[in-house]
Design a protein around this ligand. Structure first.
Ligand code: HEM
Length: 334
């Protein structure tokens, strides 16, 4: 008897965690696809909403902690518990013993799709995060309030007009050939100027008459340090002849170029369409079922209304994702 109660409690708690992390995933998906849909507004009308939204997110303090604690951990929990349900076949939505709501055949079909889309998402999210968050994630170097952001992209036909629209600089393999040597020269110059600055400080303290010279020296030193930051960032990249490094003064602009680069390929667009459709279905079918698994909606008419709302949201959020994908694709071919 005791064993039965504790088993039920464990299953129940795991089910609640699965449900809550799923609800969190729904919120993230709404925010993420809303932000990404704004890419299409740039291509259609030069609107910088996407760049501003990404820059806002990147200005948050402790961003990496937020990403791990508020995103990585909940998604991991949800995925691990989901795989467990898929393997053991234990649905948290329907047990038939009266402890959980019984779901009719239409819902069972939806539950089967919930599992299918879960596997698509598992592969999709890993590939997507590796691609956008790690492989093509901008690197950065700074000097004072000057920040340089770098990303490597293949050359595509609209890249030059896009870089003009976004006011970014492109460096080719040829441009980077001497960057290591230039960096060494600049570093040597900084060393020399630093020495001069120290000397000038001592003399200034003694005679108090070197203010102008000191100002000039510090300006010169600043401009060399900025150059060094730029060359340092560039020197980390190895390019093929069909690639360039894009340099911007903010992350959002480079994310936009990365998205544009990704969606110039029709295969990527089709794979992303399946990914976004699966995410929208999984999130909002899950949201529909959650209201029942929490026992919030008992009456059948209320359940039907709630599912209609969820289907509406599914279509809306899915459409926002498709806007980002196909809005970018169309840009390459008009
Ligand atoms: C329209 C399609 C999508 C586009 C254009 C897109 C774009 C991006 C970009 C640019 C990033 C890097 C963001 C940053 O670090 O600032 C990113 C990260 C991420 N995306 Fe997407 N995404 C799309 C769809 C999805 C979908 C459907 C999901 C979930 C199922 C998803 C989950 C994630 C996750 C978990 C991250 C890592 C978040 C982070 O570490 O900040 N994305 N995506």
């Amino acid at each position: 008897m005791t064993a039965e109660v504790s088993t039920y409690s464990r299953e129940y708690i795991l089910g609640r965690i699965q449900s809550l992390t799923g609800l969190w995933f729904v919120l993230f998906l709404c925010e993420h696809l809303f932000t990404n849909s704004q890419v299409a507004l740039f291509f259609a009308d030069d609107q910088m909403w996407f760049v501003r939204s990404v820059n806002f997110l990147h200005s948050l303090p402790y961003l990496q902690v937020i990403e791990i604690v508020l995103l990585g951990v909940p998604i991991l929990f949800h995925a691990v518990l989901g795989i467990r349900i898929a393997i053991t076949g234990k649905s948290i939505y329907a047990s038939g013993d009266g402890t959980k709501p019984i779901i009719k055949s239409g819902r069972n079909r939806a539950f089967r799709w919930q599992k299918i889309t879960a596997f698509i998402l598992l592969i999709g999210i890993i590939a997507h995060v590796v691609n956008m968050r790690f492989m093509h994630y901008p690197t950065t170097t700074s000097y004072g309030s000057t920040h340089y952001y770098f990303t490597k992209v293949p050359i595509f036909s609209k890249l030059y007009s896009l870089s003009e629209r976004l006011n970014v600089t492109l460096y080719s393999k040829v441009d980077l050939a001497n960057v290591g040597t230039e960096l060494k020269k600049v570093q040597a110059k900084i060393f020399e100027l630093n020495k001069k600055e120290k000397q000038l400080y001592i003399e200034e303290e003694k005679y108090g008459a070197y203010m102008d010279e000191m100002n000039h020296l510090q300006k010169l030193l600043g401009s060399y340090k900025k150059k060094a930051a730029l060359y340092q960032g560039l020197s980390d990249y190895q390019l093929n002849s069909d690639q360039v490094v894009v340099v911007a003064d903010n992350t959002g602009t480079l994310m936009l170029i990365n998205v544009a680069s990704c969606f110039r390929s029709s295969i990527n667009c089709i794979l992303y369409t399946i990914f976004v459709a699966s995410a929208a279905f999984h999130a909002f079918n899950g949201l529909g079922a959650a209201a029942m698994s929490w026992g919030i909606l008992i009456r059948k008419s209320a359940q039907i209304k709630w599912f209609s709302i969820c289907i509406g949201l599914m279509l809306l959020i899915g459409a926002l994702g498709l806007m980002a994908i196909w809005g970018s694709y169309i840009y390459h071919y008009i």
